[in-house]
Design a binder for this molecule. Structure first.
Ligand SMILES: Nc1nc2c(ncn2[C@@H]2O[C@H](COP(=O)(O)OP(=O)(O)OP(=O)(O)O)[C@@H](O)[C@H]2O)c(=O)[nH]1
Ligand SMILES: [Mg+2]
Length: 427
């Protein structure tokens, strides 16, 4: 199954907890604190890999989690860092954040990668809290939680040129003759149900990527046939190669270009970017005498509209070398004209903005303190532990929380909430 859009849930590893431990050795009285730090939680990366063709793996298993960091232990032993999780996706996958639709990265080259969720830092062990006034700290820091995100993976294939046309026109046959790809070929419409890619070797030094898009029919833009589900894969190609089945062209009326125009309308309705793309028009199956008989008239009709066309036979390969060269020439032409668009960098873009360490909000008779730093502090310590609580109180006092609360008119015994915790205020 070809899956080109999927929503996944990623979670980075939690940092390991710091350890509370004291050195105990024979003949060493009063060994000091020696609890080690927790290890870092694993990050989650998404990386483009040319061996991967679809996003099916993520459709089947959308929840992905990196390893947690190990807890610290005695003798100042630090916990093991959690292993990073590498999610391999096809080249051309666009990584978006579901929440606000921000594009994290366009993984348009093999090996390109992005970190989508950072692992939590490990907590500090108790020996880190030793000071002249706190000789034997009986508390340590907890590890930070790992980042969690809902991410949309949107695959838009990257091919230089795409073969489009009605079902049965011979697109897959052409792809199989021009490249080493082996798409299914058969004498019935909609044989191809998903896009295929192949590499066309022009000469020793030059090559381009060609894709075969499932057949389109009239009304595709409003859902007929396989609809326009696959048209997004043409958006990034430089050249459209429009294949017309020579057998299907009727020359008895004035409507020689009829089928060609029907498909053009479908493309134009999908997006204006397709309307502007360079196009090469190809009439296929020219090995058949009934097609050969019509060639002159077809050529005239298209020339009248100033459109050049190529006559080929995918089966006998007649006209294919010229077609390959023409596609290559047109790709090069487009590349020259293209203005390079700056793409999001492969590393997460971090925007720094000033955030106060905390803000105080009054909720009726109670006070709520909000702020990333202060909420993190609450989670990092076991506040049931008197020593840890004292340490926490010193920290928030240093941040200026107490002064700010007094300024807001707090009274002894009033309730203060930080995150999920509740405290009574006593100065
Ligand atoms: N005589 C002749 N038959 C051809 C030629 N190219 C393709 N065919 C035949 O046309 C039929 C359809 O070919 P496909 O390559 O499967 O066509 P397609 O455009 O990929 O069709 P869909 O995948 O259904 O959209 C097959 O029976 C081919 O053998 C050609 O150059 N000459
Ligand atoms: Mg096909």
């Amino acid at each position: 199954m070809f899956i080109d859009e999927v929503v996944i849930f990623v979670k980075a590893g939690k940092g390991g907890d710091g350890c509370v431990s004291f050195r105990r050795e024979r003949f060493v009285p009063k060994g000091g604190p020696d609890g080690g730090d927790g290890g870092r939680g694993g990050n989650v990366y998404i990386q483009a890999d040319s061996q991967i063709k679809t996003l099916i793996e993520y459709y089947r298993n959308p929840h992905r989690k990196a390893e947690n960091g190990g807890n610290g232990s005695g003798s100042k032993k630090n916990g093991k860092n959690g292993s990073d999780l590498w999610l391999k996706v096809p080249v051309g996958t666009i990584v978006e954040e579901m929440k606000d639709g921000n594009i994290f990265a366009d993984l348009f080259q093999p090996e390109k990668k992005i970190c989508v969720a950072c692992g939590g830092l490990g907590g500090k062990g108790n020996y880190r809290f030793k000071s002249s006034i706190r000789r034997s700290p009986r508390f340590a820091q907890r590890g930070e939680p790992g980042e969690e995100r809902v991410i949309k993976l949107n695959l838009k294939l990257i091919a230089d040129a795409a073969l489009i046309g009605f079902p049965n026109a011979g697109k897959s046959t052409l792809l199989s003759k021009m490249t080493a790809a082996k798409p299914k070929i058969a004498d019935y419409p909609f044989t191809t149900l998903e896009p295929h890619l192949g590499v066309v070797y022009v000469d020793d030094e030059n090559q381009f990527i060609l894709s075969d898009i499932p057949g389109l029919i009239e009304g595709a833009s409003s859902g007929a046939g396989l609809g326009i589900r696959f048209l997004k894969h043409i958006e990034r190609t430089k050249v459209i190669v429009h294949i017309i089945d020579g057998l299907e062209i009727s020359i008895d009326n004035d409507n020689i270009m009829g089928n060609y125009q029907i498909l053009r309308n479908e493309l134009n309705q999908f997006s204006s970017s397709l309307e502007k793309k360079e196009e090469i028009i190809v009439v296929n199956k020219c090995d058949l005498p009934e097609v050969q008989k019509k060639m002159e008239k077809i050529k005239k009709a298209f020339l009248k509209e100033s459109k050049d066309i190529y006559f080929v036979s995918a089966i006998t390969r007649k006209g294919l070398p010229e077609l390959i060269f023409q596609i290559f020439k047109t790709i090069k032409l487009v590349e020259k004209k293209e203005v390079p668009v700056p793409l999001p960098s492969e590393h997460k873009i971090v925007h720094y903005e000033y955030k106060p360490p905390f803000v105080i909000k009054k909720e009726g008779e109670e006070f709520r303190i909000e702020g990333e730093k202060i909420e993190k502090l609450v989670c990092q310590y076991d506040l049931e532990n008197p020593q840890a609580l004292k340490y926490f109180q010193e920290k928030i006092k240093a941040l200026g929380v107490e002064k700010a609360l007094v300024k807001q008119g707090i009274q002894e015994g009033d309730i203060v909430r930080i995150g999920k915790k509740e405290f009574y205020f006593y100065s």
